[in-house]
Design a protein around this ligand. Structure first.
Ligand SMILES: Nc1ncnc2c1ncn2[C@@H]1O[C@H](COP(=O)(O)OP(=O)(O)OP(=O)(O)O)[C@@H](O)[C@H]1O
Length: 309
């Protein structure tokens, strides 16, 4: 049984359809990422699952329980990362965790959480003196106080510098090591690609693609762009255009100075023939490149729009 099941979730605000019939399920232990541009409906979706907003329509099951009849049990089972603006500036790191732990019947030892979020040395620091990354780590610690099975992290790395973002990635991956299920939202494609078991791309309240990052990229990977750089003369690159254009699967080919560029739907076969030809004819190749696709390419392919961070 999935740990979370969402069916045909819908939420409107006056004339705005924020979430438009979204359905998905998440297995225990997954890092499941909802990614989409500003206003796509990520926070609204998350808040409905967290019980903070009531859907107009649809069904949410957390370990088979629903908010209407089992809210007390669900609250013990989920961990929600608070907005860092909701932290109390005049409490210390330790006190912040202690206050939140008091809200629950069962809590994880605070020392263990401090260690987990790498704030052990800062336990006596006031929240107002923490860096952005440290605040976000504290917010994850707060989500962990009741030792939940499922954690909800809403854009935990927005606004952080690259190093602080990477430190947070390490913590999110450690959550997986503890066996937790994490539902994450982000604006950052690279983050979704690095962390997620599965990625759900949303735009204008609808799911436009849902799969593992690798499968999403694979969907588009049928055609690859390959480029070959020859030592200096333009002659080889120009001559090779004539050779490569007849290879099976080649859809486009041209040369730019000493570089040959082509697209092919059967990259292995094309490369095999190409290297056979250059070896037999003793043509030196200086560099070869195959363009890797990213989740960003997937988004553009599905929506026809440029990705906007
Ligand atoms: N309380 C509200 N009242 C009116 N409109 C709302 C409200 N909450 C969200 N919306 C609208 O619903 C749509 C989805 O918003 P939501 O915050 O869920 O998107 P998001 O993907 O989380 O965006 P962001 O990345 O900017 O946080 C937006 O058009 C937003 O303006």
């Amino acid at each position: 049984m999935p740990i979370l099941e969402v069916k045909e979730l819908r939420k409107t605000f006056q004339s705005v359809v924020a979430v438009d019939s979204i359905s998905f399920s998440v297995e225990a232990g997954e890092i499941f990422t909802i990614i989409g541009p500003n206003g796509a409906g990520k926070t609204t979706t998350l808040e409905m699952i967290e019980g903070l907003q009531t859907p107009d329509n649809g069904d949410i099951q957390l370990k088979g329980l629903n908010w209407k009849s089992d809210s007390k049990r669900i609250k013990q089972m989920i961990g929600v990362q608070p907005q860092t603006s909701a932290l109390f500036d005049l409490l210390t790191v330790y006190e912040s965790l202690d206050v939140f732990a008091g809200f629950y019947e069962r809590s994880r030892p605070i020392e263990e959480i401090l260690d987990f979020i790498n704030l052990g040395d800062h336990r006596k620091k006031f929240v107002k003196t923490l860096s952005g990354g440290q605040r976000q780590r504290l917010a994850i610690g707060i989500a962990l106080v009741n030792d939940p099975d499922i954690l909800f992290l809403d854009e935990p790395t927005t606004g952080l510098d690259p190093q602080a973002r990477r430190n947070l990635w390490d913590i999110i991956l450690k959550l997986k090591g503890l066996g937790k299920t994490t539902i994450l939202t982000t604006h950052y494609m690279e983050e979704a690609e690095k962390l997620s078991d599965r990625v759900c791309i949303v735009d204008q309240g609808k799911i436009i693609a849902l799969d593992t990052p690798q499968n999403l990229i694979q969907l588009l990977a049928k055609e690859r762009e390959i480029h070959l750089t020859f030592p200096s003369s333009m002659k080889e690159a120009q001559n090779m255009v004539q050779v490569v254009k007849d290879y099976p699967g080649v859809t486009k080919v041209h040369s730019e100075q000493n570089v040959l560029l082509f697209s092919t739907t059967s990259s292995e076969e094309s490369l095999y023939q190409l290297f056979k030809y250059t070896t037999e004819n003793q043509i030196e190749v200086r560099q070869i490149g195959i363009k890797d696709l990213s989740l960003e390419d997937v988004f553009i392919a599905f929506t026809g729009k440029e990705w906007r961070d």
